[in-house]
Design a protein around this ligand. Structure first.
Ligand SMILES: *[C@@H]1O[C@H](CO)[C@@H](O)[C@H](O)[C@H]1NC(C)=O
Ligand SMILES: *[C@@H]1O[C@H](CO)[C@@H](O)[C@H](O)[C@H]1NC(C)=O
Ligand SMILES: *[C@@H]1O[C@H](CO)[C@@H](O)[C@H](O)[C@H]1NC(C)=O
Length: 525
């Protein structure tokens, strides 16, 4: 009887809480336009669902919005950006001939330092220390820093990880286990499964190398940030928090900004979900009159060229810029080039725009294809609107993304080079003549859209589910709590080897005893 009453009251509590608006903390602190687009999209979906959101961001909105509070990291972001620009490393021209730089020491230091400074930013610390701040769940963008898990421990609420890229071992490891590198490639890899022998060896090598690098050079420092920052704040809030290791492996959910129609169909635990495309508004914003007229009247169609928001076309060498301009000038199509500066001798069919309404351009029926750097947002948006691409991957996950694009057959990839105008022209001609890329893009777009729920609704559903079920413990992967030696049955192997060893020993002993006796018997004879 009492158990039935308890059951009913539990159900009642769950039902009541499901109608309540939640208070959610969204942490997307990076000073990078593309990451902030994902953060803003997440916030918009949660607000539309009637929830209250506090957003940690480097790109606060222009207007204040009901139920949204922003903690701005803009000043810090600008400062760090200026420092980076002094080094010149992130300029487009400096990636020519580099291939994929992968996880460099500079990159590791960069991500470590960014998070350290964010977590030490005084007004952010003040916000975290305020005992009046309470949340139902915390959503954290994971970008090569695990110690941020401490934020959720302070509010004693469920932690939801957000991966801005495809799934990969470093993020899956937090909610499940390290996936097998023989068919799951590293985020910065240039290979795609099925892997050849040497590619498989390469993936294993990369994984072990990165595990060692992160284990030795990053984790100890992350622990020290965790201990220095979060224990102090916890004391001010009057809560006790778990250790670093307990905190980082206690995520309730992992939202992945990918989808099998775009990336690879990673095998996921029950609490990891593909939600790519949620940032795209149901109704794309109308473009300016001039741009609309230009696209509407393009008799031979339009080609859109953008290297994304972080890599600026402006930072190409003069030779690159001029040879591309000359090449574009020979085309019949209108070319819209997202270019952040000014250029001389721009041909009549080329239109430079400082900022491009990308989704609106991609949705226009006269668009032929998109020349892109292959970032995760650009490839997602291409598939969303069914547009084929020519990719010029530069760094990070762009190589993985473009390998996936070419394997799936909805695009062509060319190598970033001083003299790439000719390669690009060949790719453009192939794209204009061969309809297979466009057909494939439409097919994949169908797969992408054919879901039970829109990605935005799905995202909101899982966030609410996590809160309503108090951290969704029923979805957690059993693999998380099992050490590696048990997974591969090293203990069993040890027992078997021990038994065999003992048996061999015992047999030898018996045989020897018998032969001893025989010998003794012989001697007596
Ligand atoms: C703001 O949040 C309250 C609950 O906290 C909700 O009732 C209301 O609809 C929300 N307003 C908007 C504009 O979403
Ligand atoms: C792990 O998360 C759950 C759900 O949010 C929470 O109840 C629990 O206290 C957390 N455990 C630790 C060790 O932080
Ligand atoms: C078009 O491109 C596809 C994919 O690269 C290729 O398989 C096909 O042979 C091409 N068709 C023509 C007519 O060149």
């Amino acid at each position: 009887m009492t158990s039935i009453t308890t059951l009913f009251s539990v159900i009642l509590i769950l039902m009541v809480s499901s109608n309540e608006a939640l208070r959610l903390l969204v942490f997307f602190p990076l000073h990078s336009k593309s990451h902030s687009i994902l953060g803003q999209g997440l916030v918009s979906r949660l607000l539309e669902a009637g929830h209250e959101v506090v957003h940690i961001t480097s790109f606060p909105r222009d207007k204040s919005v009901t139920n949204l509070t922003e903690i701005s990291l803009e000043t810090l972001g600008m400062k760090m950006k200026e420092e980076i620009e002094k080094y010149d490393v992130f300029k487009l021209k400096n990636f020519v001939g580099k291939g994929n730089i992968g996880v460099s020491f500079f990159f590791i230091y960069f991500t470590y330092n960014v998070h350290k400074r964010i977590l030490e930013e005084p007004h952010f610390v003040k916000f975290l220390s305020d005992p009046k701040q309470k949340f139902d769940a915390v959503i954290l963008e994971w970008f090569f820093a695990n110690e941020i898990a401490g934020i959720a421990t302070l509010f004693q609420c469920p932690l939801i990880w957000f991966s801005s890229t495809q799934a990969h071992w470093q993020v899956l490891e937090l909610v499940d286990e390290i996936p097998n590198p023989s068919y799951n490639v590293d985020l910065f890899s240039t290979s795609t499964p099925p892997l050849s022998f040497w590619e498989r060896v390469g993936e294993l090598y990369t994984m072990i190398k990165n595990m060692l690098i992160f284990g030795v050079l990053v984790t100890p420092f992350e622990k020290s940030i965790y201990n220095n920052v979060f224990y102090k704040i916890a004391a001010e809030r009057g809560v006790t928090i778990p250790s670093y290791d307990e905190a980082i492996y206690n995520g309730s959910m992992l939202l992945i900004n990918s989808h099998p129609s775009i990336g690879s169909p990673f095998r996921l635990p029950q609490n990891a979900k593909y939600i790519a495309g949620y940032h795209i508004e149901k109704q794309v914003a109308p473009m300016s009159k001039d741009l609309k007229k230009l696209m509407d009247e393009a008799k031979h169609g339009v080609i859109y060229f953008s290297m994304g928001s972080n890599l600026r076309s402006m930072d190409m060498t003069d030779h690159m810029k001029n040879s591309l301009l000359t090449m574009f000038g020979k085309l019949k199509q209108i070319v819209i080039w997202k270019f952040e500066g000014d250029l001389d001798n721009v041909p009549v069919n080329v239109h430079l725009v400082k900022w491009a309404p990308q989704q609106s351009i991609l949705s226009h029926p006269n668009l032929k294809f998109f020349i892109t750097h292959g970032g995760q947002l650009s490839t997602t948006e291409s598939i969303h609107f069914g547009v084929p691409v020519i990719g010029i991957p530069v760094l990070g996950d762009q190589h993985v993304n473009m390998r996936s694009v070419t394997n799936k057959g909805f695009g062509i990839s060319i190598t970033l080079a001083e003299d790439m105008a000719n390669d690009l022209l060949n790719a453009i001609e192939e794209m204009l003549e061969n309809t297979s890329y466009r057909k494939k893009a439409k097919e994949l777009s169908y797969i992408y859209h054919n879901r039970q729920q829109s990605p935005g609704d799905e995202l909101v559903f899982w966030v609410e589910h996590v809160v309503q079920t108090r951290g969704a413990p029923h979805l957690r992967s059993p693999a998380l709590s099992i050490p590696f030696y048990k997974k591969i049955y090293l203990d069993l192997l040890f027992i078997i080897i021990s038994i065999i060893y003992l048996l061999v020993k015992a047999t030898k002993l018996l045989v020897c005893k018998r032969c001893d006796r025989n010998q003794k018997a012989k001697k007596k004879d």
